[in-house]
Design a protein around this ligand. Structure first.
Ligand code: PEP
Ligand code: MN
Length: 349
């Protein structure tokens, strides 16, 4: 789907809760800032039963009417073919596939098939686990049914590790998706990444810095009383302030001075990368020599003391160079893994 030059703003409550709430949110958007698309969850995928699971079909009309009042398209989440049918029937303009549905290729396939021949934009959230292929696969299933107005929504990934985020962003994954599917627009859902209001601004700005085409932000007339995701929702007034404080970035560079300077710096990066690769190749040559030597002398490939010493010394060097410790550890371990692989293969010959 072609979003255009201005960032797309999708806003609205996590869940449609009542007709009054949907009328109120539309009034508040008219007063403060009108989004491009109005969102509301009608069927809510909840972790435990007996929590609020959405109002169901009755809410579709409230959403649609609020959209008519605002004169903008409306979008909701569909998690099975019945939802999709009911949403289409109620005149919902766009659909999104939630993170818990994207993980399931059977469901995605069924929903995609039920939309064959329907000209409707479909937004696909990333799966809850950090698997870029599962996300691409879901988009492909819709493409195969002729749906070509497709948008990917980055909403972060579940993680076992403690984090300040509700869902860790792992920005490299949406970037990889964009590299693989340049025709698919990519937007960010900072609300589900953050889990709390205070992190929203930094995530939104990061999305703009990374050239995301828009934002989906959960907005409620009275977040404190929201029936779902109350910690992360903001009022339309706060949404307006947030949007005013974001700096949109230009992905198309037009200033000639800037281009020249950028090119000089990029040339330098090219040179450094070329010499880094050359050094890695030289290192691997020596690793092979050592491999031959180990084989002749019948000693093990893995020499744990040597590996520990490598780590200790390199971490000290990298500290002096003020390089990030985690990044360096990962890099060294990555390089070491290849050395072990090469030498192990030599042993087997
Ligand atoms: C939502 O947008 O309200 C929602 C349930 O999102 P997700 O599928 O990203 O958890
Ligand atoms: Mn939500």
């Amino acid at each position: 789907m072609d979003i255009g030059d201005e960032p797309l703003l999708i806003a609205g409550p996590c869940s449609a809760e009542s007709e009054e709430q949907m009328i109120l949110i539309a009034d508040l958007f008219l007063k403060h800032r009108k989004p491009n698309i109005l969102r509301a969850g009608i069927w809510k995928p909840r972790t435990r039963p007996n929590s609020f699971e959405g109002v169901g079909e009755v809410g579709l009309k409230w959403l649609k009417d609020a959209g008519i009042k605002l004169n903008i398209p409306v979008i909701t989440e569909v998690a099975n073919t019945k939802h999709a049918e009911q949403a289409l029937e109620a005149g919902i303009d766009m659909l999104w596939i939630g993170a818990r549905t994207t993980v399931n290729p059977f469901l995605v396939q069924e929903i995609a098939e039920s939309l064959r021949g329907v000209d409707i934009p479909v937004f696909v959230k990333n799966p809850i686990n950090p698997d870029v292929n599962l996300w691409i696969g879901a988009l492909e299933r819709f493409q195969a049914m002729g749906i070509n107005k497709l948008v990917a929504i980055h909403r972060g990934f579940s993680s076992y590790d403690r984090s300040v985020y509700r869902n860790v962003p792992m920005w490299e994954i949406p970037i990889e998706l964009k590299a693989n599917c340049p025709e698919v627009e990519l937007i960010c859902d900072p609300s589900h990444i953050a889990g709390t209001r205070d992190l929203l601004k930094q995530i939104c700005q990061r999305a703009f810095d990374l050239d995301f085409a828009g934002l989906m932000i959960e907005t409620h007339p009275n977040p404190e009383s929201a029936l779902s995701d109350k910690e992360q929702q903001i009022t339309p007034k706060v949404l307006d302030q947030l949007c005013s404080n974001l700096k949109p970035r230009d992905s198309k560079i037009s200033n000639q001075n800037f281009i020249t300077k950028l090119e000089i710096l990029r040339d330098k990066i090219d040179e450094i990368d070329a010499s880094l690769l050359k050094k890695l190749a030289q290192r691997l040559e020596i690793i092979r020599e050592i491999g031959t030597y180990k084989k002749e002398n019948n000693v093990t490939v893995l020499q744990i003391d040597r590996w520990k010493r490598i780590l200790d010394t390199r971490m000290e060097w990298s500290n002096h160079l003020e390089l990030n410790e985690t990044w360096m550890k990962e890099l060294l371990s990555f390089i070491h893994t290849e050395s072990i692989r090469v030498q192990t293969e030599m042993m087997a010959d």
